[in-house]
Design a protein around this ligand. Structure first.
Ligand SMILES: C[S@@+](CC[C@H](N)C(=O)[O-])C[C@H]1O[C@@H](n2cnc3c(N)ncnc32)[C@H](O)[C@@H]1O
Length: 278
């Protein structure tokens, strides 16, 4: 394993921050060494300075893609944070449908964005939740867009195929039998669920105008790696991508307190979520 010096750690931290906004502190030598040493060795680099120079001077962006894949952690699972999915099922989705019916809103589009979706468990859990919550779902035009910066996450999410361990994390046996098909020792998400989700590669730190507006945006467990300034900018851009009174969801350990005044905090039982106010 190639050892990183304090100066090299600073250089690599700067590079990683520019690539994906992840903040690597001065105590994180182990992170660089454990995640990037194999890649640096594969490229025949003797030090991280050499690796840094190679990444800086590359033309095709291949090293950049691989560094992002190694650094951004893709930890996820189906129905991560049960309280959130219960709030969607019993409060947020029914309220949205009731509001449109009561106010005779003719618009039958429901647009959802799972930003930083990792390997796809989040958007597929959302698709299952909508399907099971709206009885006449066929009469609604539901579109779930899912995105991630990582090539590997994008590939796996769009394939929709999961190991036994992955499906055992969060799915009930009934959901597994209903929405997945066994295939070569793994489980393939069924076409009906797959067709409800489209996938894109999006770096949340780059401008994402032109992707449309959404009724719900899920940006969970990604901004924890960003600094305050990056979070302020990101949550502001995401507010611009929400429809009026759109809903915004963070991970259970995250908060918008002192970061943005554009959202109002709401709760349903122990689930906290946000509504756009300006
Ligand atoms: C911990 S996973 C969260 C997955 C899912 N949202 C959840 O809560 O289970 C974080 C994801 O954020 C992605 N990510 C990190 N930096 C990103 C960036 N700048 N733009 C978009 N995605 C990013 C990573 O590739 C990773 O898949």
């Amino acid at each position: 394993m190639i050892k990183v010096t304090p100066d090299e750690l600073k250089l690599m931290a700067q590079l990683i921050y520019e690539y994906c906004g992840v903040v690597v502190g001065p105590d994180k030598s182990y992170l660089i060494e454990s995640r990037l040493s194999p890649l640096a060795e594969q490229l025949c680099c003797k030090s991280y300075r050499e690796f840094y120079n190679m990444a800086r001077s590359e033309r095709d962006g291949q090293i950049r893609v691989q560094i992002i894949d190694k650094i951004t952690t893709g930890e996820t699972q189906f129905f991560r944070d049960k309280q959130l999915f219960e709030a969607l099922r019993f409060k947020i989705i029914p309220d949205m449908i009731d509001f449109r019916m009561t106010n005779k809103v003719v618009d039958r589009n429901i647009s959802v964005w799972s930003a930083a979706c990792s390997s796809g468990q989040e958007p597929y859990s959302l698709a299952i939740t909508f399907l099971e919550t709206i009885p006449d779902i066929a009469r609604w035009n539901l579109k779930i867009m899912a995105s991630d910066i990582s090539d590997e996450a994008f590939r796996k999410a769009s394939l929709g195929r999961y190991t036994r361990l992955e499906v055992s994390r969060g799915l009930t046996e009934v959901q597994l039998a209903k929405y997945f098909t066994p295939k070569d020792q793994s489980w393939q998400v069924n076409d009906r669920i797959r067709a409800m989700v489209s996938f894109r590669k999006i770096n949340l730190l780059e401008p994402f105008c032109g992707i449309g507006r959404f009724d719900m945006i899920f940006c969970r467990n990604v901004a924890i790696y960003f600094n305050r300034e990056t979070k302020i900018k990101l949550f502001d851009s995401l507010a611009n991508a929400l429809n009026r009174q759109g809903h915004f969801f963070l991970g259970s350990s995250e908060s918008l307190a002192d970061i943005s005044t554009r959202y109002k905090m709401r709760n349903h039982l122990r689930c906290i979520y946000y509504e756009l106010i300006s």
